[in-house]
Design a binder for this molecule. Structure first.
Ligand code: CP
Length: 315
């Protein structure tokens, strides 16, 4: 494919290809010299219209470790603040001949819209409530490494499902790989029609956690609640916060995941989040760099092949 816009466009074979290549980058990243020249001569621009720590830092590191020239566009200091639109901003940057454009935007569909306007490969780094494909891929790599497989697992995704692009991308990926997915949330934070998505729906966290292999916790995304109902944090933690006591309902070897940023004492107990026997949150961050290297590498290969075919056609 030319772009990475969502898990919905990937086949199980595509997903395995990304994860297998990412494994080789996990090894590279653990070496003293972490350099490859897979993106030598290429330019990568990161455009983040929403805050980010993990995704932006890992895309920047990934591009640099692969030898690309990487530019982070500072949206706060850009002409976006003077009213320039997303499309005009992208067309302006496109005129500088980037090869890869990484975009995060609060509007669902923003990455797809950009992909129709620019000549380079576009990677969706999170668009509104729609998708966060590289998060689902790094979660899949983390699960595969910890559980030895990414099929036939029972995975409980718990929290603010309604506003979560992470939940959506994970739900699609885990479904494609034939896992049993449970969504756990209060009725106000469960999307309408969740039961039709091929997963099991629970409002009682204790029921939903029973015998799960993986427990994936999500943050309350207050920035997307548009003045709607926001639960009290105390009450929410009591009913939907994960602690060691509730985790006992899952399988004894169940792993605890969180995409970050996390709010300790709201959706997860701080000590449990730091418990290296159960929590794989730091591994998720490590896998994030490797998965983003694999995605950039695969898109760059496709871009070179496209350009090669175009050049051959022009001769
Ligand atoms: N998980 C995730 O997308 O984190 P950031 O918002 O820090 O990038």
């Amino acid at each position: 494919a030319r772009h990475l816009l969502g898990i919905e466009h990937l086949s199980p074979e595509d997903i395995r290809t990304v994860l297998d290549l990412a494994e080789s980058y996990v090894s590279l990243n653990r070496r003293t010299i972490k350099h490859s020249d897979a993106l030598a001569g290429m330019t990568q621009i990161n455009m983040f219209f929403e805050p980010s720590t993990r995704t932006q830092a890992s895309f920047e590191l990934a591009g640099k470790r692969l030898g690309a020239d990487v530019m982070n566009m500072g949206v706060a200091q850009s002409s976006v603040k003077k009213g320039e639109t997303l499309i005009d901003t992208a067309l302006t940057l496109n005129a500088m001949h980037p090869d890869l454009l990484v975009v995060r935007h609060p509007a669902s569909g923003a990455a797809e819209l950009l992909a129709q306007k620019v000549n380079c490969a576009v990677i969706n780094a999170g668009d509104g409530r729609h998708e966060h494909p590289t998060q689902a891929l790094l979660d899949a790599l983390t699960i595969r490494r910890k559980k030895g497989r990414i099929q036939r697992l029972t995975i409980a995704i718990c929290g603010d499902i309604a506003h979560s692009r992470v939940a959506r991308s994970n739900l699609i990926l885990l479904g494609k790989m034939e896992n049993r997915v449970r969504l756990i949330a209060p009725p106000t934070l469960m999307p309408a029609g969740a039961a039709d998505l091929g997963c099991e729906v629970y409002h009682d966290m204790r029921e939903g956690l029973r015998d799960a292999d993986v427990v994936m916790m999500l943050r309350l995304q207050k920035e997307r609640m548009d003045g709607g109902f926001i639960p009290s944090e105390r009450e929410y933690y009591h009913r939907y916060g994960l602690d060691a006591e509730k985790l006992k309902l899952a399988r004894p070897d169940a792993i605890v995941m969180h995409p970050g940023p996390m709010n300790r004492g709201v959706e997860i107990d701080g000590e449990l989040a730091d418990d290296i026997n159960r929590s794989v949150i730091q591994e998720q961050v490590e896998m994030g760099v490797a998965v983003r290297m694999a995605c950039l590498d695969l898109l760059a290969r496709n871009l070179r092949a496209d350009r090669g075919r175009q050049a051959a056609g022009e001769m």
